[in-house]
Design a protein around this ligand. Structure first.
Ligand code: SF4
Length: 251
């Protein structure tokens, strides 16, 4: 299964045109409690979902891969790194290491030169080898189907495991909270928390499961295209009228 780069890469192209607004203090402080301005949580969430569905349509991970274990490695590499950068380094990596077994038998130092530009390459190389060893050995090369088993794999936190479970098996066990989702769920008043684990728990309690997968991806795309960290484009944001943190409103 080959995934192609989609909206996410297109969405980042225009961001440099927006004048930088120093919103470092406003992101979380001007409107200190955005969630208190949300009167009807369910209808607020549905309206956001509807607008984002219209904007982004069918969404899928922008990471490119051909084998399921390659997706896992790409997701490990995507920590603190853009998908675009990961998609730049993985072709050479997957050409050098052509099977799960070859990753399992590799030394981290063999992998490091290929992934250097993704940052934290020492730890990522260790995680990749550890992941490959465990998947190849303990799991007989079959990706587990539960969050509990998936998070036993080296380099797999809840976020990584949720992404892979949903992408490979179509199983949605949780709500993926990356840096964009963390920021925007707060700004939109969908959560009162700033900690990813608590945000995930709150969304899972309040938002129907059928929305979790797409909502998370929509917020990631929205964060890259419009609600950019520290320079959100509120004047052109389709959620502006609904957003309690919008800079277009008097605060
Ligand atoms: S209006 Fe849009 S861009 Fe502005 S803070 Fe809200 S979601 Fe982000």
């Amino acid at each position: 299964m080959l995934r192609k780069q989609s909206q996410r890469s297109k969405s980042t192209q225009n961001s440099s045109k927006t004048p930088k607004v120093d919103r470092s203090s406003t992101i979380y402080e001007v409107i200190s409690n955005p969630w208190e301005l949300v009167k009807d949580y369910q209808s607020h969430t549905k309206s956001i979902y509807k607008i984002l569905t219209k904007e982004f349509g069918k969404v899928e991970t922008p990471l490119t891969y051909t084998k399921d274990y390659e997706l896992c490695i790409a997701v490990i590499l995507s920590a603190q790194c853009t998908d675009e950068r990961v998609n730049q380094v993985t072709p050479a990596l997957f050409e050098a290491f052509t099977s799960l077994e070859s990753f399992a038998n590799a030394e981290p130092k063999d992998i490091e030169p290929f992934i250097f530009s993704t940052g934290f390459y020492h730890n990522k190389a260790k995680s990749i080898v550890g992941f490959a060893k465990m998947l190849y050995g303990e799991f007989q090369s079959k990706l587990p189907k539960t969050l509990e088993e998936m998070t036993k794999l080296p380099g797999f936190g809840r976020k990584t495991a949720n992404v892979v479970l949903s992408e490979v098996h179509g199983i949605v066990e949780g709500f993926v909270v990356d840096t964009h989702v963390r920021r925007i769920t707060y700004l939109l008043g969908l959560t009162k928390f700033k900690d990813p684990i608590r945000i995930e728990k709150e969304i899972m309690q309040k938002v129907p499961k059928k929305y979790w997968d797409a909502l998370s991806l929509y917020l990631i795309f929205h964060g890259r295209k419009t609600c950019i960290a520290n320079r959100p484009k509120c004047t052109e944001c389709k959620l502006s009228k609904l957003c309690p943190s919008s800079l277009t409103k008097k605060q």
